[in-house]
Design a protein around this ligand. Sequence first.
Ligand SMILES: Nc1nc2c(ncn2[C@@H]2O[C@H](COP(=O)(O)OP(=O)(O)OP(=O)(O)O)[C@@H](O)[C@H]2O)c(=O)[nH]1
Ligand SMILES: [Mg+2]
Length: 448
Amino acid sequence: MTQQETHIQQTRASLQQALSWYTSIRRHWNYPPKPELQAAVKQDLQALKSALEKIENNLIKIATFGLVSRGKSAVINALIGQNILDTGPIHGVTKWPKSVRWIPPSNKVKVEFIDTPGLDEIAGKEREIMARDIANEADLILFIISEDITRTEYETLLDLRKAFKPIILVFNKIDLYPEKDAQSIYNQLLNLGQSSNINGQLLIAPQDIVMVAASPQPIPILVKYPDGTTAEEWEKPTPQIDHLKDKILSILNQEGHSLICLNALQKAKKAEESIAEKTLKNRQKEAEQIIWKYVKYKSLAVAVNPIGFLDIIGGTAIDLTLIRALAKLYGLPITNYEAGKLWHKILLSSGGLILAEILTSLLLGLGKTALGASSLMENPGVLTTYGSTAMLQGGIAAYGTYIIGKAAQEYLEKGCSWGALGPSMVIKNIISQVDPNTIIYRLNYPIN
Ligand SMILES: Nc1nc2c(ncn2[C@@H]2O[C@H](COP(=O)(O)OP(=O)(O)OP(=O)(O)O)[C@@H](O)[C@H]2O)c(=O)[nH]1
Ligand SMILES: [Mg+2]
């Protein structure tokens, strides 16, 4: 099996598991689902479904981005070799996003090009929303410029890179510049690419900069007729687009499937996080009750237990049960192993507070064991010392449990995407496997 096939298989398994879990009534355990919660997560379930469909469809979405009149529509036309999309000198020819299908030669994935209006065409909020939606949808972005980069372009580039979108920077209309100028434009773009460091990588790597002329200006040519007369005619040169086309085809070949998987997983991750967030809000009251119940259990268990080491073991068991009880309340998938890992994480992130709890337990517990062991007959005063030590220890332990409960809520809210088949884990697998010479690798997607 090729690497890309493995990626598809893992992604499919992850999405299927998430869908079957989140649509199952079983997950609600003995907390019957509330209608308002059901309604709120409907959209997220739909997002999970469409992420799965995306995998099955084998369709990679490539969107153009850029200011008006940079040649976004012309670039798509040139790539597919047909003038399907309207182009023109007036700013704002493309008013709404428009999709065009393309079956690339000898390639296993199909392409949907998404042509977009200029970033400066639609005003304010609406533009932001549209740009964000299209960026989320796209597996690969062709960012089209044709002159010095503007502030809007630069900021959009930064935003897209920060959102871990793979980008090819396309400098169009290169036919308007003499060879020498073209070279200096290219050098400027190289510098621009190195101008900032995004997620530990170049803004744009040299491999991802391409110069094209999607629809070169007609040039005058002298035509000689058989009768000896000559006339000047305007002829449109053929587009210079092969660099970009080859670049896209090689990406499709090498990592097309993986790009589709990555985007589907990012969507699934967002959907799962959204489900978790809404569920947590909806179950806030019950969660508080559960946490307090465990706080009481723990203080009792620790105070009553006469043997120091058992305090810690018993206390940990209670914390773990609390984490699992919260996960059950929220209907989030979590195994014993994951609950343990989560406990561990919380322990490390609590800034030593819970660790201090364990240490104090250990110290006080040792004392308690010793006190318990010494004969009451010999020394009746032991009883009061035992009592106050136990209460102090019970209190510290209870506080630790409260912290753990709160922290567990926070972690669960980020979705249970860290499970073996959770989207975060599959993303991590994909990222750690891809060749360093891929556009996915250059995203430097965080995998911790
Ligand atoms: N010289 C030259 N002109 C080009 C090139 N590509 C596009 N143009 C011209 O630039 C103008 C804008 O092209 P479009 O493809 O409509 O640009 P767009 O970015 O889609 O524009 P909007 O849809 O208005 O945002 C048209 O008049 C094209 O003929 C090119 O490579 N060289
Ligand atoms: Mg257009």
